[in-house]
Write a protein of this length. Structure first.
Length: 71
């Protein structure tokens, strides 16, 4: 599933969150957006998958997790 398909799936379940994350295209944009969404930097986790790819876990205030694959 690519980013557009994942975003469409999120839109079907949480259109407000999808509208916020839709424009985010890189790690810098995600980290600038996170505090305004109530996400504390202390709760963010970056897990290395290989030398180029990471999974970025962001704990949402409503106890859900938002995960981005970044490379």
């Amino acid at each position: 599933m690519n980013y557009a398909e994942q975003l469409a799936s999120l839109t079907a379940t949480d259109s407000a969150l999808a509208a916020q994350v839709g424009p985010l295209r890189n790690l810098e944009a995600i980290l600038e957006w996170a505090p305004s969404a109530g996400i504390a930097f202390a709760g963010i986790d970056l897990v290395q998958q290989d030398e180029y790819c990471y999974d970025l876990y962001l704990p949402l205030p409503d106890s859900r997790w938002l995960v981005f694959g970044v490379s």
